[in-house]
Design a protein around this ligand. Sequence first.
Ligand code: BYC
Length: 318
Amino acid sequence: MADQPLTDPLARFERTIAAEEKIEPRDWMPDKYRQNLIRQISQHAHSEVVGQLPEGNWITRAPSLRRKAILLAKVQDEAGHGLYLYSAAETLGVSREQMLDDLLSGKAKYASIFNYPTLSWADVGAIGWLVDGAAIVNQISLCRTSYGPYARAMVRICKEESFHQRQGFEIMQTLAAGTPEQKAMAQDALDRWWWPTLMMFGPHDAESAHSQQSMQWKIKRQSNDELRQKFVDQTALQAAHIGLVIPDPELKWNEARGHYDFGEIDWEEFNRVLNGHGPCNRARLAARRKAHEDGQWVRDAMMAHADKEAARARGVAA
Ligand code: BYC
């Protein structure tokens, strides 16, 4: 009798997942489901926060007031995404302090892409177009993830990412239609960001440690390789539209598959960056550690203020 209330919590959990309903913070869940979500959501939050650094590098040097205002707003959005995601992870019982400690000690990962430098203004365009473009492909899929707070955070984040992607594409489009030097700058940025962007989707499905369990629990709704293919298919057309060339001689439409074929990622490079040896790993963590230390007085002041308010509420003179 499928409709009878289930008393076994695991059976209830599995029925909720099978019915495409959401697991909410107070629901019973297997410990491994909780831990896997904490891992993925906190790493996603760290990526948003560390992800501010490469573009933040260009705020003071944006080529016009309009570009500067847009970039400022975009980088602030990324900070906001980090906050929604830390909050979503906190609903699983992990503290913000613990997550930050894990980031700053190097224990927790963040997206490999943010360990590459932004050498020219065109890199800001390439990040918006490619990196945010890849992020949306992944995050649209995560809007249907089985954990309620994560799915709801994704809906809002995707709306903002869509604006980010368009602003990046527009920068690239403008440069590609500009002087030969501007077009060369856009092509150089595409050349440097293309392969690291494909790495954002993670290892091949067969090598992905968490995929099988995450797909079963509907934490992930599409596999790493499926999402990567989707991104390549849509971006190949966009590059052709603005007259830029994707740096992959094997990129070719495959009529039979109905998809673009593309070359193999340099997995040694991927692993090197994951293990802390990318071009900017040290600088990124050093910048986050410094920001955290510099913000200590703000956290202390807020705690002192909260203590005073609590004392006042209890009728004790502060
Ligand atoms: N970089 O079993 P797998 C943004 C790790 S930010 C680093 O396939 P999973 C933006 C993986 O964590 C958007 N690490 O893992 C912000 C695991 O390590 P652990 C960021 C990677 O979780 C500012 C191991 O490799 N988006 O948009 O099933 C400005 C094995 O992998 C990477 C998200 O975080 C990588 N690329 O699948 C602009 C999306 N790939 O934890 C833009 C949410 C893999 O065992 N996350 N690893 O030590 C996900 O969808 C999934 O976690 C992943 C990986 C697809 C990334």
